[in-house]
Ligand binder design. Structure first.
Ligand SMILES: Cc1cc2nc3c(=O)[nH]c(=O)nc-3n(C[C@H](O)[C@H](O)[C@H](O)COP(=O)(O)OP(=O)(O)OC[C@H]3O[C@@H](n4cnc5c(N)ncnc54)[C@H](O)[C@@H]3O)c2cc1C
Length: 478
């Protein structure tokens, strides 16, 4: 077993996995459990990728970065590819709230309740609501439809920006989708949530990732952190290993959990692929990035239940472009009530994380002083937004800080700090990577539908399966 930082890598592997995001870890666990020799390499000093957390002030405060909510499907995924203990700790959020100039709604985020609100509060005819959900249910990944989200909503709810906001705004926050993205991506992600509502991991990301690490080690996965892969090597037209700290480590297959573009253009090199494939890879658009404000309350402070997830905005209408603005007026609050979210921690503090989608370019070109000012502005606006729900909050705050696309880029190595991988076309490039360069696979946030906790973990499982087929058939001559 390899885990400690001083442990030396001495052998060759069946599979080297670059990156320990949820896709990388899930693939590693499946392959390790099935008896393959697996090495998991992570650049950061923590496992988890975006599924991460951080402590402040000697662990008095803990903040989850991306544990805000995922679909119920994660329970099955964790039971199947991880273990029962992890799956059993997944619980439903009590409620999701929307507060904006167009409406104020509290919901369990299920199809039944959404249908009721759309009929009773928005006055949409029952038949239209039913037809919309029926259509979503028939949407199929293989349909190859050109329909965009805009077309979809114009068809069912023409001129109803309020209804579109209710249906679309949470998904825009969840994966950066806009009205111009393919409707199929919306249909899949929204339907996943609507089946049963929004879920979370009770105990926090730190507990989840420590349980995943234990399971990986139990399944004989070798793990090395602070191990940033410099190069993916090829031999006779096949992936053959990686370079780490100037040293070659050989493997029959490589799975990259890094960004798909960085994998192709950076780790492998364009010259190793056909020009047509490179043209396609270059054309893949990155998704947008995120800003967050982390708020830790003073010791002993408790707040009333204001909702678990609150989509709040003072912007008059739903406008996905404006959601990205530097001077944003829309944000999602995730509220972590300590007894509910981390019952294992004694005297835990209340934590509130505000998330907004944003553009890397808006932050990248700021001078040092402008960057600081914008961060402070964001922090102040976030407190003002929160005061609408918790008027006393300013005095109750013990610690507050902000993260921007620069922070995301630095910690995850994702180009332009993309939070949700790539737009739809990235999926095709990712899925066909091993056909272009045998032995090289990719899993991780791509194509909108493979991003998010559930999408990433499931994509890791899909690619683990493809790797096993390759090891059985394709890698015989390696
Ligand atoms: C602010 C924010 C909020 C979010 N909220 C939610 C949410 O509420 N619900 C939800 O479902 N999803 C959410 N997401 C998205 C979700 O967290 C991600 O889609 C998912 O965790 C991505 O997993 P991944 O497998 O693609 O890998 P990533 O998390 O992208 O991890 C990739 C890993 O690869 C490592 N790596 C990269 N290059 C190298 C290299 N050369 N060598 C070694 N290691 C390398 C990186 O260090 C990183 O650890 C959120 C994301 C963000 C940013």
């Amino acid at each position: 077993m390899l885990y400690k930082s001083r442990d030396e890598i001495t052998k060759n592997y069946d599979v080297i996995i670059i990156g320990s995001g949820l896709a990388g870890m899930t693939a590693a666990n499946i392959l390790g459990r099935n008896g393959h020799k697996v090495l998991l390499l992570e650049a950061h000093n923590k496992l988890g990728g975006f599924a991460t957390w951080f402590f402040r002030e000697d662990r008095k405060h803990v903040f989850d970065v991306s544990l805000h909510g995922f679909p119920a499907g994660m329970i099955k995924t964790c039971r199947k590819y991880w273990n029962k203990e992890i799956a059993d700790s997944i619980v439903q959020l009590r409620d999701v709230r929307f507060v904006n100039p167009q409406f104020s709604v509290q919901t369990d985020f299920t199809k039944d309740h959404y249908s009721k609100v759309m009929e009773e509060s928005f006055g949409v005819p029952k038949e239209t609501v039913a037809a919309f959900f029926d259509h979503l249910a028939t949407m199929n990944f293989y349909d190859n439809s050109e329909e965009t989200n805009r077309d979809l909503f114009d068809r069912y709810f023409p001129g109803r920006n309020d209804v579109v906001r209710f249906l679309m705004e949470p998904i825009t926050y969840a994966n950066g989708s806009t009205l111009d993205d393919p409707a199929i991506t919306y249909g899949i992600v929204f339907s996943n949530f609507m089946s049963k509502g929004v879920f979370t991991f009770k105990g926090g990301t730190d507990l989840l990732v420590s349980k995943m690490r234990d399971e990986l080690l139990k399944n004989n996965v070798d793990i090395k952190m602070q191990a940033q892969v410099e190069k993916i090597l090829t031999k006779d037209g096949k992936a053959s290993g990686v370079v780490l700290e100037g040293r070659t480590i050989q493997a029959k297959t490589i799975l990259s959990n890094g960004n798909i573009k960085s994998t192709i253009m950076g780790l492998v090199g364009e010259e190793k692929f056909r020009p047509e494939f490179i043209k396609k890879a270059r054309a893949v658009r990155l998704n947008t990035s995120s800003c967050q404000v982390y708020i830790g309350l003073k010791e002993g402070v408790r707040i009333p239940h204001i909702g678990d997830l609150i989509f709040t905005s003072s912007h008059p209408v739903y406008d996905p472009e404006r959601l990205l603005d530097l001077k944003v007026s829309s944000r999602t609050f995730s509220v972590y009530y300590p007894e509910e979210t981390r019952p294992q921690v004694e005297n835990g503090r209340v934590a509130i994380v505000s998330s907004t989608n944003c553009r890397y370019e808006d932050w990248k070109h700021l001078s040092e002083i402008q960057y600081k000012n914008e961060k402070n502005f964001m922090i102040d606006e976030t407190i003002k937004g929160l005061e609408k729900f918790l008027p006393e909050i300013r005095d109750q705050i013990d610690i507050i800080e902000a993260a921007t696309p620069m922070t995301v880029e630095r910690y995850t190595l994702h180009p332009k700090g993309t939070s949700f991988g790539t737009k739809f076309e990235g999926l095709d490039v990712s899925m066909n990577l091993h056909k272009e360069l045998p032995g090289l696979f990719h899993a991780g946030s791509v194509g909108i539908i493979m991003s998010g906790w559930l999408g990433a973990a499931n994509y890791g499982a899909i690619q683990a399966n493809n790797i096993e087929s390759y090891l059985f058939n394709g890698a015989k001559n390696v």
